[in-house]
Design a protein around this ligand. Structure first.
Ligand code: HEC
Length: 162
């Protein structure tokens, strides 16, 4: 009888030991995966901004060429990049000012849907001013955005497809 009890206790202890060994292994695995996640590449705010800069320039040439489909695409690309900024740049306090450009973006969207070139141009000027307001408010006033004077690329036709 005694032997059976001793064996039973020994069994319980070793299985508990095995269990805690497994837990330690799992924790080590979780820690190493967490370290990989922390190290994974994610673009910084400046990289997203360069994307926005490109879409801003393309949006202008799409709009002034009355290529409304392309303009619509580009303004949505700006919106998607802003969503990515909100998702990936949570460590940047400046992003609380992002909403500053929303009214201008909405004006541009409305201008595109009405195919209204004058409204598009004024919305674009408002948008460009807002970019700079946010830069100035966040010690980046030296990143001065202007209405582009020539197309950002030469390998794309900004006129509407025939
Ligand atoms: C949240 C406020 C905010 C708004 C709105 C904003 N920016 Fe920025 N922008 C920043 C900050 C902050 C930086 C500096 C990022 C860094 O530290 O790399 C920056 C940097 C930039 C840069 C420099 C990127 C580089 O590395 O060369 C460009 C270009 C730029 N923004 C374009 C724009 C354009 C175009 C708009 C408007 C469509 C805009 N930004 C709107 C905050 C903003």
């Amino acid at each position: 009888m005694k032997i059976i009890i001793i064996l039973a206790v020994a069994c319980l202890v070793t299985s508990a030991c095995n269990q805690s060994g497994n837990n330690q292994q799992l924790q080590a695995k979780i820690d190493s995966l967490q370290a990989k996640v922390n190290d994974a590449y994610k673009p910084g705010l400046g990289e997203f901004m360069m994307g926005i800069q490109e879409h801003h320039a393309k949006l202008w040439f799409a709009g002034i060429n009355k290529n409304w489909k392309l303009a619509d695409f580009e303004v949505h690309e700006i919106g998607e990049t802003l969503d990515d900024v909100k998702k990936y740049c949570t460590d940047r306090p400046e992003i609380k000012s992002l909403g500053i450009i929303d009214p201008a973006v909405n004006t541009i969207k409305a201008a595109i849907s009405k195919q209204d070139i004058e409204k598009f141009k004024s919305g674009f000027t408002e948008l460009t001013n807002d970019c700079n307001t946010c830069h100035k408010d966040n010690q980046h006033g030296f990143n001065m955005i202007i209405i582009p004077t020539s197309p950002p690329v030469t390998n794309q036709d900004f006129k509407p497809a025939k």
